[in-house]
Design a protein around this ligand. Structure first.
Ligand SMILES: C[S@@+](CC[C@H](N)C(=O)[O-])C[C@H]1O[C@@H](n2cnc3c(N)ncnc32)[C@H](O)[C@@H]1O
Length: 293
């Protein structure tokens, strides 16, 4: 499962888009409106719907073009729920600079995924960049003294990509991550977003997708990062939409009901690659951010 995860097309396309969006994110700019985030990215006829590593910011002009990026050499960065490091391992080139020491930490609960993370990390570790990983359930009461000593007030940025919808206790996790931020540090949550969760659908009428994605409402994320976890400069908004080829199980559990209905009535474009059937669907991505004061 762990090795297959790394080969999945939508996962890889999203890891490029997530990394690009994080690197280029300007915390001083207003968030995108619904209209601004609506245009659909992706070219369905190309591998990885057309995204390649060339879509990441150019290394030599990165700092000049994105002077307000939170991601900079010498920083301390935590990738929470880092998995195999698909996003993490795209960052070191932007964080390496002679004379500065960048620390990257990955935390996940799955040791199989972290073992792939560690293999990949070897080729990115240098005099300038250290990369360490830890298998932790950060809510485990017995681990709290160790976690506070190691990570309390430490990180300039914490990222968490495509994972929050898997984490039932994401409010408590957010509070814990907020404790790991250094003063002025930023938390970035990047995840799938299903617009249906904003409609007041009664629990008994909600489909699998709304039940699975229900926590990731704009207001709920703002409240979780803000009043519940004590972060400031909090905002949550849809950041972009992208066409991806997804399997039926994904669509059932993540997509809007109109998309699920179209799949069921045979109205979605599909392709069959070596027996794996996937459907072309719109995916929305939300980003929630907040800063430690
Ligand atoms: C879809 S993967 C995303 C991995 C990676 N962030 C990426 O963008 O490729 C979800 C990850 O969340 C991790 N995860 C789920 N619940 C977690 C928890 N309570 N604590 C830490 N990691 C968790 C899983 O083990 C998995 O690696």
């Amino acid at each position: 499962m762990a090795t297959k995860y790394d080969t999945l097309e939508p996962v890889n396309a999203l890891s490029i888009l997530s990394t690009k969006t994080l690197l280029e994110f300007d915390v001083n700019k207003p968030r995108k409106t619904t209209e601004e985030s609506a245009p659909l990215l992706g070219n369905p006829s190309k591998p990885l719907v057309g995204f390649t590593l060339d879509d990441l910011p150019e290394l030599t002009t990165f700092r000049e073009k994105f002077p307000d990026s939170v991601f900079r050499p010498g920083m301390k960065l935590l990738d929470f729920a880092c998995g195999t490091g698909l996003v993490t391992m795209k960052l070191p080139p932007y964080l390496a600079e002679k004379g500065k020491t960048t620390e990257i930490v990955g935390i996940d609960i799955n040791p199989k995924l972290l073992s792939i993370f560690n293999d990949k990390a070897e080729k990115h570790i240098s005099e300038e960049v250290s990369i360490k990983s830890y298998i932790y359930d950060i809510l485990d009461p017995e681990l709290q003294p160790e976690l506070s000593a190691k990570f309390g007030g430490k990180f300039d940025a914490i990222i968490c990509t495509i994972s929050y919808h898997h984490i039932d206790s994401y409010r408590e996790v957010t509070k814990k991550l907020a404790e790991f931020l250094a003063p002025g540090g930023w938390l970035f949550i990047v995840d799938f977003y299903n617009e249906d969760v904003e409609k007041d659908i009664p629990a008994e009428k909600a489909g699998n997708a709304v039940r699975h994605m229900g926590g990731l409402k704009v207001d709920a994320l703002n409240e979780t990062l803000g009043s519940f976890s004590g972060l400031t400069n909090v905002s949550a908004a849809r950041e972009f939409c992208v066409k991806l080829w997804q399997p039926d199980i994904f669509i059932e559990n993540h997509s809007r009901q109109d998309i699920v209905d179209k799949m069921k009535s045979g109205d979605l474009e599909s392709k069959n690659v070596n027996g794996d059937i996937t459907y072309l669907v719109d995916n929305s991505i939300i980003i929630a951010v907040g800063q430690k004061s």
